[in-house]
Design a protein around this ligand. Structure first.
Ligand code: GDD
Ligand code: MN
Length: 394
């Protein structure tokens, strides 16, 4: 019995080291080594350069928000004569197309609306938009998010470095701090926000956000319509081509976080699953040299795919060991209490658990072959104007 306990304990120590220690080490290392550094840009262009830019907005039943979206784009701190919008509608059954045309015809912003006869998924829409885009740069953006006024201008300047292939932004939560689901989401965001920026400063971050993502037109040409995760796929595709794909800390967008656990969970599962699809598609990047392929990408694959699989194994080993060893049970009990009662620890602890559960569910769906190429939008994100949602402080 003592031998079994000792053996199990040794296994548990290794598991804890990998499952909890490795992410902790990576986050801490990134924060110390890279987060406060510069992007290491090699500017050969002109920082004040403002190229013509086409914003592509895919829509499916976004009648309640599309005019707000177009107004928000028009309010960007960017020369109006260099900005145009393409709305690609995936066969909406509401008034999205009419609303979009209304805004365009009344002169809110220069633009066009393209319609698919039926819904075929976001990537089909994005590809259609890309074919018609005329700007020197293209920018993708979802219908229900808004941008900081300087987001576009700030994003464009990174392209003065010819190595930059994709620029995405940072989600600033405007939130209702009362809801626990939102607080958990915010703490998750703050950790990953740091990671995205730190990885970008070193080279590239594999995960991008479709709420704002820019490319030089012609450099990124087509989305794979058989998988989701368009944003992440495109970022990885640019790295594959030898460019850097960054998330920039001064490119800020706002998007409501659903306050119900159910909506939040299903959205996170889908987004996570789409990231996995993109990672698997671009897995050959692991065979390349350089810090992205040797450190960043393997670590992200670990965080999104391997560690969630270790989660139940780690839990089961912990429970089993606690049953056969009283001292261990006491130790685990105290450690758990400490982790959940001390605020600086409870945030990461809760984040760790929800993340792993979400990704586990995402992996199950992926294995079952439910690709989720079309999904039900989150209604509550469209019901109130973003400006009325309180801005998060700190
Ligand atoms: N044309 C078209 N066709 N557009 C679509 C379709 C479709 O079948 N389905 C959804 N869209 C549009 C929506 O109208 C919205 O503008 C955008 O795609 C994103 O959809 P949301 O419902 O807002 O989903 P999200 O906020 O959770 O999206 C996030 O995850 C996706 C991957 O799962 C974002 O990061 C997206 O950029 C990302 O693609
Ligand atoms: Mn969205």
């Amino acid at each position: 019995m003592i031998l079994l306990t000792a053996l199990l304990f040794a296994i548990w120590v290794v598991l804890a080291g990998v499952h909890l220690g490795l992410p902790l080490f990576y986050f801490t290392w990134m924060k110390r080594r890279a987060y406060g550094k510069s992007y290491g840009l090699n500017v050969v262009g002109d920082f004040s350069y403002l190229p013509s830019l086409t914003v592509i907005v895919p829509t499916y039943n976004e009648a309640t928000v599309i005019s707000r979206k177009l107004r928000d784009i028009a309010q960007a701190n960017y020369p109006k004569d260099r900005l145009d919008v393409i709305v690609v509608d995936g066969g909406s059954t509401d008034e999205t197309v009419e609303e979009a045309w209304k805004s365009i015809k009344s002169g809110v912003v220069k633009g066009e609306v393209f319609e698919e006869a039926e819904r075929q998924g976001k990537t089909v829409g994005l590809n259609r938009g890309l074919k018609h885009a005329t700007g020197e740069m293209v920018c993708f953006s979802d219908a229900e998010c808004e941008w900081d006024r300087d987001a576009l201008r700030n994003a464009v300047k990174y392209f003065s470095d010819p190595m930059i292939g994709s620029v995405s932004g940072i989600h600033e939560t405007r939130l209702d701090r009362k809801a626990l689901s939102v607080r958990v989401e915010d703490s998750y965001r703050s950790v990953y926000r740091m990671l995205r920026i730190a990885e970008s400063k070193i080279h590239s971050t594999p995960v991008a956000e479709g709420e704002i993502q820019l490319f030089r037109r012609g450099q990124f040409t087509e989305f794979d319509t058989s998988i989701g995760g368009d944003d992440t796929c495109a970022a990885l595709c640019m790295v594959e081509k030898g460019f850097r794909s960054i998330s920039a800390e001064d490119v800020i967008f706002y998007e409501p976080t659903p306050s119900s656990w159910k909506a939040r969970f299903s959205q996170k599962v889908r987004r996570g699953q789409h990231v996995v699809q993109a990672f698997l598609k671009h897995r050959s990047l692991l065979r390349k040299k350089g810090i992205f392929s040797r450190v960043i990408f393997p670590m992200e694959i670990f965080l999104y795919i391997i560690n969630p699989l270790l989660f139940p194994v780690f839990l089961a080993t912990t429970f089993f060991l606690a049953i056969i060893s009283l001292p261990f049970a006491v130790f685990v009990g105290i450690a758990t209490l400490v982790a959940f009662l001390i605020p600086p620890l409870s945030k990461p602890a809760l984040t760790h658990i929800t993340n792993n559960l979400t990704m586990l569910m995402a992996l199950v769906k992926e294995v079952k072959g439910e690709k989720q190429l079309v999904w039900t939008k989150i209604e509550e994100n469209r019901s109130k104007p973003l400006a009325e949602i309180p801005v998060a402080t700190g």
